[in-house]
Design a protein around this ligand. Structure first.
Ligand code: 5SP
Length: 228
């Protein structure tokens, strides 16, 4: 699958989110971090801001819910028009029902795993997913250091996904930059969230192009040719 870049607006100016979206017209997605100060120790934005952003940009929104009760809220983000809605397995009490509700509402359904959460127990859920998000930092903040220890899990996840037909996108999020993205791509990731590496750059759109080029050149050959 072609590499996809999803700039995280967590690193943008929250008073100028429409401008942040317009600054990366070459992005495949805009990554929206919803944090509730319970599941993670940070508070960001919720459904009303997502509804406003949807009116302000044509770039699809990739909503990552870092909240305690995703089963209650996730379907509303999909119904509002988000292109993708990701819930955390550590928080969801009924992940299968919630993932199905997300899909029924017309969005892509994602499942996120924290760095310390193993992927193998969730193999049977792959058929319910459009995307598996492997956190490469503990969630809560932008600008954290990339955790190399997650890379073996990215490789194992790639094997599992390929064994199940290769339809599920594999996203990495946290500390993804021009010094780490190639290792993620080599390990089999194909969707890359980047906050500081994009919005901390002088020219965010150029940063997106740079990250895409690095990831594309590092992707395993079979993967790039659609061989999974
Ligand atoms: O979900 C999160 C953090 O919890 C991320 O989406 C960050 O926003 C990524 O920012 P960088 O690590 O790329 O600066």
């Amino acid at each position: 699958m072609a590499v996809q870049i999803s700039p995280s607006i967590l690193s943008a100016d929250f008073a100028r989110l429409a401008e942040a979206a317009a600054a990366v017209p070459n992005a495949d997605w805009l990554h929206v971090d919803v944090m509730d100060n319970h599941f993670v120790p940070n508070l960001t934005l919720g459904l009303p801001v997502v509804e406003s952003l949807l009116k302000a940009t044509s770039t699809p929104l990739d909503c990552h819910l870092m909240i305690e009760d995703p089963d209650r809220w996730a379907p509303s983000y999909a119904e509002a028009g988000a292109g993708s809605v990701t819930i955390h397995v550590e928080a969801a009490k009924a992940p299968v029902r919630t993932l199905r509700q997300i899909r029924r509402a017309g969005a892509r359904a994602g499942l996120a795993l924290n760095p310390a959460t193993p992927v193998e127990p969730y193999e049977d859920l792959l058929g319910e997913l459009d995307m598996l998000l492997l956190m490469t930092v503990d969630p809560g903040f932008g600008g954290q250091k990339f955790l190399d220890i997650v890379l073996p899990k990215v490789r194992r996840a790639r094997e599992l996904v390929d064994r199940h037909g290769g339809q599920v996108w594999l996203q990495v999020d946290g500390g993804v930059s021009d010094t780490t993205i190639e290792r993620c791509a080599e390990a089999g990731a194909d969707v890359f969230v980047a906050g500081n590496a994009v919005y901390g750059a002088e020219d965010p759109a150029r940063a997106v192009d740079g990250l895409r080029a690095l990831a594309t050149s590092a992707e395993p050959t079979g993967h790039r040719l659609g061989g999974h």
